[in-house]
Design a protein. Structure first.
Ligand code: NAD
Length: 367
């Protein structure tokens, strides 16, 4: 049975997240989106996902729509720039795409963010559907309507909030991901437990073997619970004026480490290191205990996530975290834990405290 999570935006139904372990119900859910059938479909994908799933998806659509075209980009973050959005506009114009047509993002967060941004801006907005294929995109980037591209080395600098019409998650595609990419997504999954749901965190801690073995039942339940947590947060605070910032747990220092690694570390890996730094600060403030920090390091390590970074200085990471978008005035807005399952925002860390936490995860002295 599929699991269905309806997502509201500004108190009105916006789209469904469908979670299944096959593509069996994709077509009927696309047909259900609106009364008048879409005429043409453009599947946007990357050159790895294309080889794995594009034929299946194309054959599902081919008999039902007037035209199905495929737009393929090289895989990876380097593709996420405006030049490729222009190429996609050109493809859509050449094929006479109008607002009666549909874009389908088939891939990880890079493809989802770019397709969403193109959909938000082409003809001032056409419909798009997300078919996320990495764990990170299934539990995080496909939900909540953040779309965009990188600009001149700044991540996600240009973008728009634009909701998909459907998110269709087939958990079985996670079986073709490398273990490194799967564990990258686990950084965000573990974060969900920490910020919103202690029982979920305990489940992840106690069932590492089942999760890493990609056991179907565990995978579906895990993706469902994480999507439900993200959905709940983005429904309450779609534009990140309040509790959506809890999703940034581990991200302030995480992003700074990501930047200083020249993006050689993956996002979820940097979030893992950033969560350790944030937990260090929570222990320092007396909100959490040393044993919580040790437990976090053990759980992250059990999912093959890094808990330390190297080849960067405290000063560089500190400066990058100050220039992160999570700044409010001159202060770094930091998401901290008060308990497992309970996050909060804190603005009043001293520079020395932040540097000490950064030094901890760099295995350096802050002086
Ligand atoms: N919009 C948001 O709210 C949000 C949130 C978090 C991250 N993001 C963005 O998401 C992006 C990262 O997403 P990602 O980690 O999915 O990276 P990605 O899209 O680059 O995918 C990672 C790699 O996995 C490959 N891949 C994808 N699905 C596969 C599958 N099923 N089997 C085998 N290989 C597969 C891809 O080809 C790629 O090489 C970043 O650009 C980040 O900024 C956006």
């Amino acid at each position: 049975m599929p699991k269905i999570l309806p997502v509201s935006y500004e108190n009105k139904f916006s789209y469904n997240i469908i979670i299944r372990n096959s593509f069996d119900e994709l077509l009927e859910n696309i047909i259900k989106i609106k009364d008048q059938k879409y005429e043409k479909i453009c599947i946007v994908t990357d050159d790895i996902v294309s080889g794995l799933y594009v034929d299946t998806i194309k054959s599902i659509f081919e008999d039902k729509f007037n035209q199905v075209i495929i737009f393929t980009l090289p895989n990876g973050e380097n593709s996420k720039y405006l030049g490729n959005i222009e190429k996609l506009y050109e493809e859509l114009i050449t094929n006479h795409f109008t607002r009666r047509d549909l874009l389908v993002a088939l891939g990880g967060g890079v493809i989802g963010d770019m397709t969403g941004f193109c959909a938000a801006t082409y003809l001032r907005g056409i419909d798009f559907v997300q078919i996320p294929t990495t764990l990170l995109s299934q539990v995080d980037s496909s939900i909540g309507g953040k779309t965009g591209v990188d600009f001149n080395g700044y991540k996600n600098m240009v973008g728009a909030f634009y909701m998909p019409r459907l998110v269709y998650i087939n958990t079985s595609v996670l079986k073709s991901l490398s273990e490194e990419q799967f564990c990258n997504g686990m950084g965000e999954v573990i974060k969900h437990g920490y910020i919103r749901d202690k029982a979920y965190f305990e489940m992840l801690k106690d069932h590492v073997n089942e999760v890493l073995a990609l056991d179907d039942a565990y995978l579906e339940d895990m993706v469902y619970t994480s999507c439900d947590i993200k959905r709940n947060v983005v429904e309450i605070d779609p534009k990140e004026q309040g509790i959506r910032s809890y999703l940034n747990f581990g991200h302030t220092i995480g992003h700074a480490i990501e930047k200083n690694s020249n993006f050689s570390l993956y996002h979820g890996q940097c979030v893992a290191i950033g969560m350790v730094a944030a937990m260090y600060l929570s222990v320092k403030k007396g909100w959490m205990e040393q044993k919580d920090l040790e437990e976090m390091e053990e759980v992250l390590t059990s999912y093959h996530l890094p808990i330390r970074a190297d080849h960067m200085t405290v000063e560089d990471v500190f400066n990058a975290s100050k220039s992160d978008k999570k700044m409010d005035g001159n202060k770094v807005k930091f998401t901290v834990l008060k308990e497992i399952g309970v996050a909060d925002s804190y603005m009043d860390f001293e520079e020395d405290e932040l540097k000490e936490a950064i030094a901890y995860v760099l295995n350096l002295s802050s002086k």
